[in-house]
Design a protein. Structure first.
Length: 149
């Protein structure tokens, strides 16, 4: 199913984001914060995370505006599930904003690395739970209702 393939891609890329942030050496960064190389590395890490955040935001926007609307119209009994998923999209978006802010601060201050790592772990936990719930609740109705994903 297409939804699972998209979610698996998001899971895979989330693991890449976690690995990239966890492998950044905060101690070395503290001593090299004013060098262009370290600043460039932080900016590259920020761009990598930022691209993932934009992809995730686009995915959730498509679900909210199209897929969830179509499912809710076809089967109104799923409204509580769709409401919860929409609320989770908002919560994940808030984490993405916090992560982006931490990444911006990190480019000037390597002491922000722990905040970046905390937000990445929060995102990983929230996103994994969200994707699992969405699949458990919507795969059957999507198939039964012949919803295009």
């Amino acid at each position: 199913m297409t939804l699972v393939a998209i979610h698996n891609h998001l899971r895979h890329e989330m693991r890449n984001v976690v690995r990239a942030v966890e492998s950044a050496d905060a101690d070395a960064a503290r001593s090299l914060v004013n060098t262009m190389t370290m600043k460039h590395n932080y900016e590259a890490l920020g761009a990598f995370c930022g691209n993932y955040c934009r992809l995730l935001d686009i995915h959730h926007s498509i679900e909210d505006r199209h897929m969830f609307t179509e499912i809710g119209t076809a089967d109104p009994t799923l409204e509580p599930v769709l409401t919860r998923l929409g609320q989770e999209h908002e919560m994940i978006h808030e984490i993405l904003v916090n992560l982006d802010n931490a990444l911006v601060r990190m480019t000037c201050d390597p002491d922000e690395m722990p905040a970046v790592l905390d937000e990445v772990h929060r995102l990983d936990t929230a996103l994994t739970s969200h994707l699992d719930y969405e699949e458990s609740e919507l795969l059957e109705p999507i198939g039964r209702l012949s919803i295009e994903v």
